[in-house]
Design a protein around this ligand. Structure first.
Ligand code: NIG
Ligand code: FE
Length: 412
């Protein structure tokens, strides 16, 4: 397929650029008045319309006059396998309850776990598929999905098998993360070590045996998993080759970021509570800071200090955190808008954070995240737009007109 007359071909990064840090993130190469050739599911070539080779002019083509072509969003943090939404908690929040209040009252993650334990694998697969289709229509072309609403060996495996089925059926790269350490099940409320032992001695070996996970995650947070408990779980997971992507500093300052970096985490995610130590630890590390501004928006909690991270030369990615409790939305376009409006990221920084760095946060940046010859032809064409910044500026309004996956138009 040939795309012609493209107003702006966005994210034309060189092949060797696999991740961007600090001030590099403001550099988003855009080719104006361009063509793009897709072949065998990959990006084959591109160039300026003035120099388009006559030999390709006969190919079936899409005219993108006035429009921009973006590499697909790479959403590196989601929890889209769940049994039911939790809009009753939404109403409790409006009436003044906090996320912690709701969790302490048996809501929150335990509420989702209870419902997921009752649901069949097929039901979970169907509902997660619908969510994933919506996300794809909104421009997402690679995704990470976590377990963590099972909290028993059977249900954690059930969730991971659902993710495995999604991997087999959907035309986009999917990574699976094992998050049994999401909260303590009620029966282990006063026996934390008992649950950690279950994770380490029973769940991890079973997950590894079936090769159901790419990464390990822990919700390192006051009232959830402590820093030393996180350390113990990450050490055990390392024996199975599972690298960490962890939840840290969402509701309070802890040493979650430090423990993640100690274990060479791919990413530490959330960081709504970004203290100076977080900045200095991430300044000198390859661990990616993954920010989730739609979670801050929905929970009414602070927004992460993105400018501090960028000024400290950290690597920043953006993701949705799509889940029924803290972020019931998988719309990366809204995340990019919020990143500009609330995190004070420039459109170029926010787009890089949602494409190349999002891919890096799933170890996918050799195949995804930019318009680079040889990468997967997962991309989207916008409506006609006055400029690149129009996409985040027009928050809440979908500017995507055509989604292309593996070089073919997606009609999902
Ligand atoms: O990333 N923080 C922990 N996990 C999710 C929320 C889970 C839930 O409330 O169901 C998050 O925000
Ligand atoms: Fe999360």
């Amino acid at each position: 397929m040939l795309i012609t007359n493209i107003k702006g071909l966005v994210g034309v990064h060189p092949k060797e650029k696999l991740v961007l840090r600090g001030s590099e993130m403001a550099n988003l190469p855009v080719l104006e008045n361009a063509w793009l050739l897709l072949e065998d599911g990959l990006i084959k070539d591109f160039g300026l319309m003035n120099d388009i080779p006559p030999s390709i002019l006969h190919l079936p083509s899409v005219d993108a006059e006035g429009k921009f072509v973006f590499p697909s969003w790479c959403d590196s943090h989601t929890h889209i396998v769940f049994a039911a939404p939790r809009e009753e908690e939404f109403v409790m929040k409006i009436a003044g309850k906090t996320y912690e209040d709701i969790a302490a009252a048996g809501g929150g993650i335990l509420n989702s776990a209870h419902k997921l334990q009752q649901a069949s694998e097929d039901e979970l697969f169907e509902s997660a598929s619908l969510r994933l289709k919506d996300m794809i229509k909104q421009g997402t072309g690679a995704v990470e999905i976590k377990s963590g609403y099972g909290l028993t060996i059977e249900s954690e495996l059930k969730m991971l098998r659902v993710i495995q089925r999604l991997k087999q059926v959907f035309p986009i790269p999917i990574k699976a993360t094992f998050l049994a350490a999401h909260t303590y099940p009620t029966e282990y409320k006063s026996n934390h070590q008992g649950y950690i032992d279950l994770i380490i001695n029973k769940m991890l070996p079973a997950v590894a045996k079936e090769k159901l996970a790419d990464y390990i995650d822990v919700f390192c947070e006051k009232g959830f998993f402590s820093v030393s408990e996180t350390d113990e779980i990450l050490s055990a997971a390392a024996k199975y080759g599972l690298k960490p992507k962890i939840h840290a500093n969402q509701l309070s300052v802890s040493d979650g970021v430090q423990i993640g970096v100690k274990h060479q985490a791919i990413s530490v995610d959330h960081l709504e509570e970004t203290d100076d130590e977080v900045l200095s630890v991430l300044a000198n590390s390859n661990t990616i800071a993954t920010l989730l501004p739609s979670c801050s928006f929905y929970l009414n909690i602070p927004f992460a200090n993105a400018r501090g991270l960028l000024n400290s030369n950290a690597t920043v990615a953006l993701a949705t955190d799509y889940n029924p409790g803290s972020t019931p939305s998988g719309n990366m376009n809204f995340v990019v808008s919020l990143a500009c409006i609330k995190l004070k990221m420039l459109p170029e920084e926010a787009i890089n954070a949602s494409t190349l760095n999002g891919a890096a946060a799933m170890e996918l940046s050799r195949e995804m995240g930019s318009i680079t010859i040889g990468k997967k032809a997962n991309l989207f064409i916008t409506r006609a737009m006055s400029s690149l910044a129009f996409l985040p500026y027009s928050f809440g309004q979908l500017q995507i007109e055509t989604v292309i996956l593996n070089g073919e138009i997606y009609n999902g």
